[in-house]
Design a protein around this ligand. Structure first.
Ligand SMILES: CC(C)(COP(=O)(O)OP(=O)(O)OC[C@H]1O[C@@H](n2cnc3c(N)ncnc32)[C@H](O)[C@@H]1OP(=O)(O)O)[C@@H](O)C(=O)NCCC(=O)NCCS
Length: 161
C-alpha cells in the first residue's frame, strides 16, 4: 500500500478492496503573483485497533498534523476521510460520506450515508447525523441532526412530450 511509512496502524484493522490513502491538497496564495501553489505536507495517519474499513474508502494523509481514526470505528464503503480529520472511538461513517479536512467527530457518533461535512467543523459525541445531511455548523454532543428538505417539488415532466 502507498505511503505506508506515514501510517501507524493498530491491531485487527480490516481493509476492504480498493481502499487506501490519498494525498492532501494544501494551497497557498503568493501575495505578489496572486497565484496559488501547492504546499508540501508533513502529516501522517494513525489508525486505532479493531477498525473496519469497507471497499473503496479513501483516508487522506494529514496535511499539517495527523488524520486519526479511533478504536472500534467502522468506515463504510466509498467514504472519504479528509486530511487532519479526527474520529473518536466507535464512530460509524456511512457509505459515501465525505468528511472534508480537519473535521472532528466525537466518540460514539453515527454519520449516516451520503453526508458531507464542511472543513473544520466539529461534530460532538453520541450524535446521529441523518442520511444525506450537509453539515456546515458545529454539532453539540447528543444531537440528532439532518438537513431538512421539502417533499415532492413538482411532477417530473421531463419524460413527457
Ligand atoms: C436521522 C434518522 C435517524 C431519523 O429517524 P427518525 O427519527 O425515525 O425519523 P422519521 O423517519 O420518523 O422521520 C421524521 C421526519 O424527518 C424526516 N427525515 C428523517 N430523516 C431525514 C433525513 N435524513 N433527511 C431529511 N429528512 C429526514 C422525515 O421525512 C420525516 O419528515 P415529516 O415529519 O415531515 O414526515 C434517520 O432518518 C436516518 O437518517 N437514519 C440513518 C440510519 C442508517 O443509516 N442506517 C443504516 C443501516 S445499514
Amino acid at each position: 500500500m502507498l505511503h505506508e511509512d506515514k501510517v501507524i496502524q493498530g491491531t485487527n484493522v480490516f481493509w476492504g478492496e480498493g481502499s487506501g490513502f490519498g494525498l492532501p491538497l494544501l494551497l497557498e496564495l503568493d501575495p505578489e503573483t496572486k497565484t496559488r501553489t501547492r504546499k508540501s505536507f508533513t502529516g501522517r495517519v494513525v489508525i486505532g485497533n479493531r477498525v473496519h474499513i469497507g471497499n473503496n474508502v479513501t483516508i487522506v494523509l494529514g496535511g499539517y498534523r495527523t488524520t486519526k481514526i479511533g478504536d472500534d470505528c467502522w468506515i463504510n464503503h466509498s467514504a472519504n476521510i479528509g486530511h487532519d480529520t479526527v474520529l473518536g472511538d466507535r464512530v460509524v461513517v456511512g457509505n459515501g460520506v465525505i468528511l472534508l479536512g480537519e473535521v472532528e467527530v466525537g466518540e460514539d457518533t453515527y454519520i449516516a450515508a451520503g453526508t458531507v461535512v464542511k472543513p473544520k467543523v466539529r461534530i460532538g459525541e453520541r450524535c446521529m447525523i441523518g442520511i444525506g445531511s450537509i453539515i456546515t455548523e458545529p454539532v453539540p454532543d447528543d444531537a440528532l441532526v439532518y438537513t431538512k428538505r421539502d417533499g415532492v417539488i413538482r411532477r417530473n415532466q421531463f419524460w413527457e412530450e
